[in-house]
Structure formats: structure tokens, C-alpha cells
Design a protein around this ligand. Structure first.
Ligand SMILES: NC(=O)c1ccc[n+]([C@@H]2O[C@H](COP(=O)([O-])OP(=O)(O)OC[C@H]3O[C@@H](n4cnc5c(N)ncnc54)[C@H](O)[C@@H]3O)[C@@H](O)[C@H]2O)c1
Length: 238
């Protein structure tokens, strides 16, 4: 299938690690021009690429970073919001502070809204926005209340943004566990259990590229839940 992403201008947040880095690499491999935005310095990649340091939870910082990428390439065709944090995963709710909840929402929710707000003036006709949700918007394990709440909000704001921005497609991907530094830090060796289905960052990047590509032209306001079908199973004992 042709992705038709060559020459497209793509801004990726969270591009220094994990899924965001895999997305930046995959867009570059398609011949896109890529702006890598992260609070940390990303690795150097070959291709037409610019890296900008920013904190997506800080409005001035994210506005400046978006403007820097857009001015460098002249417009934005695709915006991918990958920057995210997991927060106090594994901690019981009784030991979770308001400040910890606010920190997760600031990056995972407000950061995505600010990204799109400041990208909007630069978005080309037929632009696409792809946000990183999570299967945690739909299913939960104990000790994940702030993260799950933040990812549920990403699904809702995806729909709201699709309505808010006429002519711009806005979708989110909602993967199950992906082998990245975030997941390694939270889950450790469980990722190596052969009975536990784990995605690679490149698996998610391909989902993002499809939603960013004209190949998904009619898909808008959707959350693509990619979890090996785990959430589809009924409790019926069969
Ligand atoms: N790894 C998983 O299992 C998984 C599953 C579903 C969804 N996700 C989501 O995918 C996205 C990427 O996660 P990942 O697993 O690649 O994690 P990661 O920790 O490997 O990468 C996240 C990147 O975001 C950056 N970042 C964090 N806060 C930032 C901020 N305030 N401003 C700018 N950059 C910031 C980090 O520096 C890092 O480079 C996140 O939104 C995460 O919630 C991850």
C-alpha cells in the first residue's frame, strides 16, 4: 500500500524515545520532513530532520517548538502527539497525591491540547493529527488511575478536536503494552514473558503512519484500539 508521505512535513512530540522515536524514523524512511520535539535531546537521525527541545505541558515552550518546526519547513501536514508519562503506576490510589494526578494530566491531556492549539495555524489543507492514547482508556489494572483517566481523556479530546478542526483529520492510536523505556520502567521483566503479548514501537509507528496517510482518508475522530483482541473477549466461560 502506498502511504504517500514523501515530502510531507511531520511534527512528532516525545520523539526522543520509544514510540515517538520509532514514528520519527518511520516517517523519515517514507521521505517525510520531520520535526522531533521532546524535553530530552533525541538521537541524531539521517534525513530532513530538525530537533527542538520543549516541555509540552508548558504553553510557551510548546508554542515556540511548534513555530520553530513550522517555520523551518513552511507548514505542518502531520502532527503526532507521543509525549507522555505514566505517573505513579502501581501505586494504590490512597497513596496517590493530587500533585501526581495533575502532573500526569498536564503532559498527557493538556500537552496534547496545547500541541494542537499551536499547530492549528500552521496546518495544511488535508492535514492529519494522530495522538497517542492507550488501551488504558478502555481497560485497567490496579494502580493506574491517573494514567487511565488521562488516556480516556485523549479518546474524548480526539473526537472533540475532529469536530473542532474542519478539514483536519484527528485520530488516536490506543496500543496495549509496547516495549519502550516507559513500559520497561513500569513493568520490568514481565515484558519478556512469552505468554504476554507485547508490541514493538515500530508496530505502533505503522498504525500512526496509516492514520497520518491519505490511505486512511475517511477515518476521522476514531480511537484505534490495538491490543491483540484482548479486550474483545467476553467473561463467558467458553
Ligand atoms: N509503552 C507502552 O506500553 C504504551 C502503551 C500505550 C500508549 N503509550 C503511550 O505512548 C506514548 C509514548 O510512550 P513511550 O512508551 O514511547 O514512552 P517513552 O518514555 O519511551 O517516551 C516518551 C517520550 O516523551 C517525552 N516526554 C515526556 N514528557 C514530556 C514533556 N512534558 N514534554 C516533552 N516531552 C516529554 C520523554 O522525554 C520521552 O522521550 C505515551 O503517550 C504513552 O502514554 C505507551
Amino acid at each position: 500500500m502506498r502511504m504517500d508521505l514523501a515530502g510531507r512535513v511531520v511534527l512528532v512530540t516525545g520523539a526522543a524515545s520509544g514510540i515517538g522515536l520509532a514514528c520519527a524514523q518511520a516517517f523519515l524512511a517514507e521521505g517525510a520532513q520531520v520535526g522531533m520535539v521532546d524535553r530530552n535531546a533525541p538521537p541524531e537521525l539521517d534525513g530532513d530532520v530538525v530537533a527542538v527541545r520543549a516541555d509540552v505541558a508548558d504553553e510557551r515552550s510548546v508554542a515556540d517548538a511548534v513555530a520553530a518546526v513550522a517555520q523551518r519547513f513552511g507548514r505542518l501536514d502531520v502532527v503526532v502527539g507521543c509525549a507522555g508519562i505514566s505517573g505513579p503506576v502501581g501505586r494504590p490510589l490512597a497513596e496517590t497525591s493530587a500533585a501526581e494526578v495533575a502532573a500526569v494530566l498536564a503532559v498527557n491531556v493538556t500537552g496534547q491540547i496545547l500541541l494542537v492549539k499551536h499547530a492549528q495555524p500552521w496546518l495544511a489543507e488535508d492535514a492529519a493529527v494522530v495522538l497517542l492514547g492507550s488501551d488504558s482508556a478502555f481497560t485497567a489494572a490496579p494502580g493506574m488511575v491517573p494514567y487511565c483517566a488521562s488516556k480516556g481523556a485523549v479518546v474524548a479530546l480526539t473526537r472533540a478536536l475532529a469536530v473542532e478542526l474542519p478539514g483536519v483529520r484527528v485520530n488516536c492510536v490506543c496500543p496495549s503494552v509496547v516495549d519502550t523505556p516507559m513500559a520497561r520502567g513500569d513493568l520490568g521483566d514481565v515484558l519478556d514473558d512469552p505468554d504476554f503479548p507485547v508490541q514493538a514501537p515500530g508496530d505502533v509507528a505503522r498504525q500512526v503512519l496509516f492514520l497520518a496517510s491519505p490511505a486512511s482518508r475517511p477515518v476521522n475522530g476514531q480511537a484505534v484500539l490495538a491490543d491483540f483482541g484482548l479486550s474483545a473477549r467476553s467473561a463467558f466461560p467458553a
